[in-house]
Design a protein around this ligand. Structure first.
Ligand code: ADP
Ligand code: MG
Length: 470
């Protein structure tokens, strides 16, 4: 009798904690409108002066996006998270488009993410040299020319030209002190020299910029790009005369691409919980990247772990003792969470096996597994709705949420990143929330496209449009 009462008490505590969490995560449409409005306000502040806003609104020096006429063989290197990619892209020129793309993906050894600049760039240069060596003799359409490389480097960089820039800070689990403040192209060049690789970086870009360029190559209506991967960020095409802090000459196109660095966005309207605060405090960059920490693939699984740990500790969710594995930060990854969230079996067998394989939690009841799925849903939905609000904020800033001369302008947003690509429920929720924010009429003119591996191909395209041989 007593045991039963205790169990019931524990169940009530579990549901109390879960309900409280869900309440805090709630993101009603009114709140999302506020988030979008403050995003648009911060965008203006960030464009007005350097350092004025939490949004860096970095000037990319990209004022010419690909047109489809680019021609030649170009390389790209995409570094930004868990893996890095090397690409070789053969561009056919006008009317021919992209003839061939070859790529290789390498995972970055964890020690390279936190050791020294030397070690990281040596590793990258060696992999790049290995890839270049597979080129073959006849594949270079312009023999004698130096090979050119687009370098996608997806961390906040203060650009000093299209092909140089200093690292402002690391994010996403990278932390290499001696690289901060250094020119990342200079570091790469030195490493390439050390391995005897003669190649020239003609474009240094962020992955958002690469994705934007990749999207534009196929569709002239692309106005912005959003990455939802390990981290999250956005870039968009701004009118150069709407950037008060831009000191340079007005570009011929009249446009300038801006890397927002919106992962660092925060607002009192963000539905933050105690779990987010704890995650932030324990992170490598406390107080920073708050928007990113609520949304991106690096963190969603970790938020779930923290809530599960709480109900294990305070409501004996997994029995008398707290499962040891559950105490390990980042053990539960977002792909695991997504697999559990998408479990459609009647007994939630995938949830059971993930809990067993990753956390060594056996004998879970169906009721328990349902709670886990519910938590996945709460966390993913919050992230998805907030990303939609961010996109809506960009459209508002550009005045593309309303009619111009009686018509809505067609706006295409290029999206990429593992979270967007593989987390279906996240993607669906994001897309439906964006529609909800735009309203029925406007939503027909806004399209989200998947710019597959746009960040790498886009960098090669930008290397082409900024080639020294033009
Ligand atoms: P990066 O952001 O490191 O350049 P990606 O764009 O490939 O790389 O994104 C990788 C991230 O995407 C992973 O860190 C993970 O969080 C997320 N991800 C990958 N696969 C899945 C999945 N099946 N479900 C949910 N998220 C996933
Ligand atoms: Mg990436």
């Amino acid at each position: 009798m007593e045991k039963k009462a205790a169990a019931m008490g524990a169940a009530a505590r579990v549901s109390g904690i879960v309900r409280e969490f869900q309440k805090k995560c709630d993101s009603p449409i009114g709140k999302l409108h506020n988030v979008a409005d403050s995003m648009a306000v911060e965008m203006r502040v960030g464009l007005a002066s350097e350092g004025g806003s939490m949004l860096k609104m970095l000037i990319s020096y990209v004022d010419n996006l690909p047109t489809g006429e680019e021609e030649g063989l170009f390389y790209a290197l995409d570094l930004g998270g868990t893996n890095f990619r090397v690409l070789r892209v053969h561009l056919g020129g006008k009317g021919k488009g992209l003839i061939k793309t070859e790529f290789d993906e390498v995972s970055i050894p964890p020690h390279c993410m936190t050791s020294s600049s030397h070690e990281l760039f040596d590793f990258i240069a060696a992999e790049l040299a290995r890839f270049v060596a597979t080129e073959g003799e006849n594949s270079h359409p312009f023999p004698g020319r130096q090979r050119e490389l687009g370098f996608t480097f997806s961390f906040p960089v203060r650009q000093t030209s299209i092909s140089s820039g200093t690292l402002i800070k690391w994010t996403k689990g990278f932390s290499i002190e001696d690289a901060v403040g250094e020119d990342v192209v200079g570091e790469l060049n030195k490493a390439m020299e050390r391995v005897g690789l003669h190649m020239r970086v003609t474009a240094l870009v962020n992955d958002t910029i690469g994705t934007l360029a990749g999207g534009r190559y196929y569709n002239p209506d692309v106005v912005a790009a959003v990455i939802l991967g390990t981290g999250m960020n956005a870039a968009y095409v701004e009118r150069a005369n709407a950037i008060p802090k831009w000191q340079g000459p007005l570009p011929r196109s009249g446009d300038m691409v801006i890397n927002m660095e919106w992962g660092n966005f925060r607002s009192s309207d963000l539905p933050l919980t105690e779990y987010d605060n704890d995650l932030d405090v324990a992170s490598l960059n406390p107080g920073e990247q708050i928007f990113e920490k609520m949304i991106s693939g690096m963190y969603l699984g970790e938020i779930l772990r923290r809530v599960l740990l709480k109900i294990a500790e305070e409501a004996e969710f997994f029995g008398d003792s707290v499962p040891e594995k559950l105490k390990i930060p980042f053990i539960l990854r977002t792909p695991h969470m997504s697999a559990m969230h998408h479990d459609t079996s009647s007994n939630l067998k995938d949830v059971a096996s993930k809990l067993r394989d990753i956390l060594e939690i056996n004998n879970t009841s169906l009721t328990m597994r349902k709670v886990v799925v519910e938590l996945c849903d709460t966390i993913a939905t919050r992230g998805a709705r907030l990303s939609a609000a961010g996109i809506y904020g960009i459209l508002k800033k550009l005045g593309r949420d309303t009619r111009k001369d009686g018509e809505y302008q067609k706006s295409v947003i290029a999206l990429d990143g593992g979270l967007f690509e593989h987390y279906e429920k996240f993607r669906q929720s994001m897309e439906s929330t964006l529609k909800e924010l735009l309203g029925e009429e406007a939503s027909d003119s806004v399209v989200i496209t998947h710019s597959n591996d746009g960040s790498g191909i886009g960098a090669a395209l930008l290397a082409a449009s900024h080639s020294q041989y033009l």
